[in-house]
Design a protein around this ligand. Structure first.
Ligand SMILES: Nc1ncnc2c1ncn2[C@@H]1O[C@H](COP(=O)(O)OP(=O)(O)OP(=O)(O)O)[C@@H](O)[C@H]1O
Length: 603
């Protein structure tokens, strides 16, 4: 396969679905006893709940110990509507799923202000509250005595009921697995992984972090609810005992044992979980203890779970995808010129930036004191000054990480002072960080694609992915052009962790360029680089300016600053002490005394 085709390959690996469909058609007709059909049904609906948790925890990094509560919402919602209102089962299952999703969304909006351990504790508490409600609201749920005679899928004949249920739940799993793969493969997965890495970073590439977090929380809750709804119609009975924290832990174990954040992890983890449940059925008293033991063992021995073990095996057998890395001449100048041309067509014209009398104090310390700076469009502006002068604070105020105590910031003719980080990014502000921000678990190319602006409504994405993958391919091509431009295209299939520091810095710049910025903010772009690498970055910045981007940078290397900047602002103790061309600044006695000393030459 040619490189360009391989790069543009539609990523979703669809062959597992053929296996699925084959098993799906064959299993019910095999001469196996009804117990195995029952087990397969249980496997299907448990898998649905585990897929949700895998997306939540594995991709977005949010821990939920309350999935049993949403599972209960789905089970009661579906059981009650079918039992008391006589709704058809597919409709009642859909209702249970939506009810759990709404519950998850509601919890999401409030709970997602917390993170890490606190989020885990909050979701645990939500799970407890829903469990206690199920126990105590006897009039509705029947408490521990439960609801019985819940309609089961019979389709006229009780005899064929289990097989119909098998198909029904199996079809739901295929759809959910497709959705999960879609999320893993494309923009959704990249955005969620970015949020897991750093919320400030995710917002800086234009992701509306709280919406995405609440959305994936609701989706995972809906899938837990769908699992619960299937459970209710399988057993025909729902009692509060089924929804304790033990269920939440079992789902968590399946997700972790299978391999968090992997596409096949939930399938493998659920298989292992149900296998264990069958084995320990006779020693139920010690069930929780055994679950815990398995979790600890897997975490220590196989941190990437069963999917990680399979992956290693595939690599050993030469079946892995990673063997198809792209190795080309890293710097073919004609290729770079072509990509520069392609890039020039997608670059948006740079904007002006106007900072008016901004100040910022940190608990009494005035880090920035009534600073005003004007940056003209299509120029490179440098912010310089000694350590602690307030440069990074200004960059962070421009990007929206900090709000100025006073003053205002205008991008073009738009006042952005009160906008969120993501809104500013979507208006054309892109940035790099003093401490590199890259997503380690995805390829170099995917890191760049994270910056590419989404060009169509998200609702169209799924069908595009399923049938053509044209949008993803277009975004890939755009990102490859940028990697070509920076001479990094031969590394497109690598992971960022495999790159030397200089290339990692370039990769961050590539991601920022992919955002098609009107203003590019660079916080110490050559820190840690050698002289040759610094010269290459200087060339890149001059080309970017030539293409029309406005650049604001903070840098301590004066030779570099003087060679790329059109104008400079000098800060000292939070105050602006000078403003002008590099030549004017080099000859300014106040600046020489406060910062430069003598001997800085423009190169
Ligand atoms: N989050 C914070 N909380 C408290 N003080 C802070 C915070 N961030 C910065 N400061 C203080 O504000 C002042 C300005 O810091 P800032 O990082 O903006 O300076 P800088 O010019 O970027 O320095 P450097 O060149 O060392 O990065 C310093 O005295 C610093 O200690």
């Amino acid at each position: 396969m040619s490189d360009s085709k391989r790069r543009l390959r539609p990523d979703p690996k669809r062959s597992p679905y053929l296996l699925w469909i084959f098993c799906f058609l064959v299993i019910p007709w095999l001469p196996i006893n009804g117990f195995y059909i029952f087990l397969a049904q249980t496997f299907f609906y448990t898998l649905i709940a585990v897929i949700g948790l895998n997306l939540l925890l594995g991709l977005s990094g949010q821990m939920s110990l309350g999935q049993a509560g949403f599972y209960a919402l789905g089970a009661y919602g579906s059981a009650l509507t079918a039992l008391k209102l006589g709704w058809p089962i597919p409709l009642s299952i859909a209702f249970g799923t939506v009810l759990a999703g709404l519950g998850g969304g509601l919890v999401g909006v409030f709970a997602l202000r917390t993170r890490g351990l606190y989020l885990a504790m909050t979701t645990l508490a939500v799970g407890y509250v829903l469990d206690i409600l199920a126990q105590r609201w006897i009039g509705l749920t029947g408490g521990a005595m439960g609801l019985s005679a819940i309609p089961q899928i019979e389709f006229g004949q009780t005899k064929s009921g289990p097989v119909v249920f098998f198909y029904f739940a199996g079809a739901a799993v295929i759809v959910i697995q497709l959705l999960s793969d879609f999320i893993h493969d494309g923009r959704f997965g990249r955005n969620l992984r970015a949020i897991r890495e750093s919320e400030v970073f995710a917002a800086s590439v234009g992701i509306q972090v709280s919406r995405w977090k609440a959305g994936i929380f609701a989706f995972a809750a809906a899938l837990a609810g769908m699992g619960g709804a299937f459970f209710a119609h399988q057993s025909g009975f729902v009692g509060s005992d089924a929804f304790t924290v033990r269920l939440s832990i079992a789902l968590l174990i399946a997700a972790v044992v299978g391999g968090l954040g992997t596409k096949s992890g939930p399938f493998l983890g659920t298989l292992i979980l149900l296998g264990i449940v069958e084995v320990i059925a006779g020693i139920d008293k010690y069930g929780l203890f055994i679950y815990g033991l398995i979790l600890v063992t897997v975490l220590l021995a196989f941190p990437k779970g069963a999917a990680g073990v399979l992956d290693k095996l595939n690599t050993k057998l030469g079946l892995s995808d990673k063997d198809t890395r792209l190795l080309e001449d890293p710097k073919s100048s004609s290729k770079q010129q072509r990509s520069e041309l392609a890039l020039s067509t997608s670059i948006v014209q740079g904007a002006s930036l106007c900072i008016q009398s901004i100040s910022k104090s940190y608990s009494g310390l005035k880090a920035v004191d009534t600073v005003s700076i004007d940056v003209l469009p299509n120029t490179v502006h440098g912010l310089i000054g000694p350590n602690g002068a307030g440069k990074s604070t200004i960059i962070n105020m421009i990007a929206g990480v900090y709000r100025p105590d006073t003053g205002r910031i205008t991008l073009g003719d738009q006042d952005i002072s009160a906008l969120s980080i993501a809104d500013r990014a979507n208006l054309g502000l892109a940035r790099t960080f003093q401490n590199l921000q890259l997503i380690e678990g995805i390829t170099v190319l995917d890191n760049v694609m994270l910056g590419v602006k989404h060009q169509q409504s998200y609702s169209k994405d799924f069908f595009d992915w399923l049938f053509k993958n044209s949008l993803e391919n277009k975004e890939r091509q755009e990102s490859i052009n940028i990697l070509n431009f920076l001479g990094l295209d031969h590394l497109a299939d690598r992971l960022p962790g495999e790159l030397p520091y200089g290339h990692r810095k370039l990769l961050e710049l590539a991601r920022a360029i992919a955002q098609r910025p009107r203003i590019l903010l660079l916080d110490e772009p050559i820190a840690g680089m050698n002289t040759q690498e610094a010269k290459e970055i200087a060339q890149v910045l001059l080309k970017l300016r030539h293409l029309g981007i406005t650049i604001v940078l903070v840098e301590h290397n004066m030779e570099f600053v003087m060679s790329v900047c059109d104008s400079l602002s000098v800060l000292n103790f939070g105050r602006l002490i000078a403003h002008g061309t590099p030549e004017e600044i080099q000859n300014n006695p106040t600046v020489i005394e406060a910062y430069l000393g003598t001997g800085v030459k423009k190169t």
